[in-house]
Write a protein that binds this ligand. Structure first.
Ligand code: ADP
Ligand code: MG
Ligand code: MG
Length: 251
């Protein structure tokens, strides 16, 4: 059992107009096997939370803590975070010229595990995961993300999730731009990782649509840089009906 703890996290960015505080005290605990949905209006700071967990240099943590099984995540490099068991999709470059998917996945897996996977198992695992996600076999020989459609990029994100077996995954708007079929395939991939590895998931989304396929244990409403309300899955149903207006009126 692992625990990812976010404690009173304050994050700001430097802009031309000066320092701007975006996260204003976020507190959240995720345990192995739990799925937490973060839902909120555009501009509320959801991606900033994801980027801060990922260690994006643009985002300055001014106070608060992120702990993974008691270890200080904020002191870890991006690579160390991956090795510690955090999966953060945006830590990977958008396009990597001249690097095939096959090489990229094996290099990343080796870096995360600290040893190269046995070639026989690895080839089988990649093939199986690609079939599960209905990713075309010739994808393996294409360069990373080069000319990938939005839907293909999302599938490759989930492919990594299945292969790297992280303790915790932060998925930011994984549902955006997916048609219903792709959404179902991608969601099944997340659910498989959850079942197979007892993965904990932070699922960030603007829309409730993906929650029909990935069932959250907890729902957090994110408004103006903090969690305004927490509840169970029923909270997502209410948001679907009522939207975010009542929170914005208060903000
Ligand atoms: P969300 O993901 O909920 O839509 P974001 O975290 O992307 O919200 O953005 C929160 C706020 O921080 C917005 O007002 C946005 O304009 C601002 N912001 C985030 N990242 C940057 C950045 N790199 N430069 C300038 N402003 C930013
Ligand atoms: Mg569960
Ligand atoms: Mg966002």
């Amino acid at each position: 059992m692992s625990v990812l703890e976010i404690k009173d996290l304050h994050v700001s960015i430097d802009t031309e107009q000066g320092t701007k505080e975006i996260l204003k005290g976020v507190t959240l605990t995720i345990k192995s096997g739990e799925t937490h949905a973060i839902m909120g209006p555009n501009g509320s700071g959801k991606s900033t939370l994801a980027s801060s967990i990922a260690g994006h240099p643009r985002y300055n943590v001014t106070s608060g803590e992120i702990l993974l099984d008691g270890e200080n995540v904020l002191e870890m490099s991006v690579d160390e975070r991956a090795r510690a068991g955090l999966f953060l999709a945006m830590q990977y470059p958008v396009e990597v010229p001249g690097v095939t998917m096959t090489n990229f996945l094996r290099t990343a897996k080796t870096a995360i595990d600290g040893e190269a996977p046995s070639l026989r198992h690895w080839t089988k695992d990649v093939k199986g995961a690609m079939e599960n996600l209905k990713i075309d076999a010739d994808f393996a020989n294409r360069n990373v993300n080069e000319g990938f459609s939005g839907g293909e990029k999302k599938r490759v994100e989930i492919l990594q999730l299945e292969l790297f077996k992280p303790k915790f995954a932060v998925l930011d708007e994984t549902d955006s731009g997916l048609d219903v079929d792709a959404l179902r395939i991608v969601s099944e991939g997340v659910n498989r990782a959850h079942e197979a590895n007892d993965m904990g998931t932070l699922l960030i989304t603007h829309y409730t649509r993906i929650l029909r396929y990935i069932k959250p244990d907890f729902v957090h409403v994110f408004v103006d840089g903090h969690i305004a309300e927490q509840g169970g899955p029923e909270l997502a149903d209410r948001l679907e009906e009522e939207g975010y207006d009542r929170y914005l009126a208060k903000a």
